[in-house]
Design a protein around this ligand. Sequence first.
Ligand SMILES: [Mg+2]
Length: 283
Amino acid sequence: MKRFFVHFWFLPFVFAPLVAGQNGAQPLGHHESLNSVLYVQTAVEYRATALGIYALAKLRLDEALQDPFWSAALEQLGDTRYAELPPAVVLDVDETVLDNSAYQARLIEDGTRFNSGSWLAWVDEEKATPVPGALEFTRYAASRGVQVIYLTNRNASGEQATRNNLRRLGFPVDERDDTILTRGERDEWTMSDKTPRRQFVADSYRILLLIGDNFGDFANEAANSLSGRDDSALNYAPFWGRKWIVLPNPLYGSWEGALIEYNYGAEVSDRLRKKHSRLKTAR
Ligand SMILES: [Mg+2]
């Protein structure tokens, strides 16, 4: 019996790291984002979906170039002067053209969750990779003489790092004009609502397409409850898949915010309780 203990005393030291996060903060398998990060990083179904969406975007771009009165921007509704303006496409950055799932994976491994400090550090690392299809689409748009504009809620302090990241990956970034519009870059651009920045683009360009992963990339999200979002999305039915092109983002977004009433600081147990209460179960 004594020999048994002599030989097996070390087992807890071998297995403990396998069941705890790198810093031991949380057991593995309990993170809210595990499946969604793995879906983005490993599922051929995600890759194929993103490629399919950008293939659709390319067809819509060709269609839009044929029709001088085509505009994707609500800010250009009811005013045909935009027909004289040069064409542009407006793309969101995160999870639309840049894939930050490695940052999300880091959060899982560290047993922590999103916070602005670790996010700003990640932006400065310039390690984001391209969303499948985004590079080909933006290059195609640029080759057709369409200005490519990146409208992002990344903070203005990360604009240069974002520009470096995009350029290094081969995304078209026009240096003659500021085509990366960050949050807080101007006094009137401090809010996450992208409407004032879309208006700014709409003053100089005919906006052919809006491309993003979040409702706010297309319209003001004033009605941000679950039912408000549903009603709002229904109102814009003619835009989806035609002038508004949506990428899937299972990692985060206002879809998740709506589930937890935007209380991102709540304890995990409270967030999970809220999420469970939203399940639509049939018995
Ligand atoms: Mg995004």
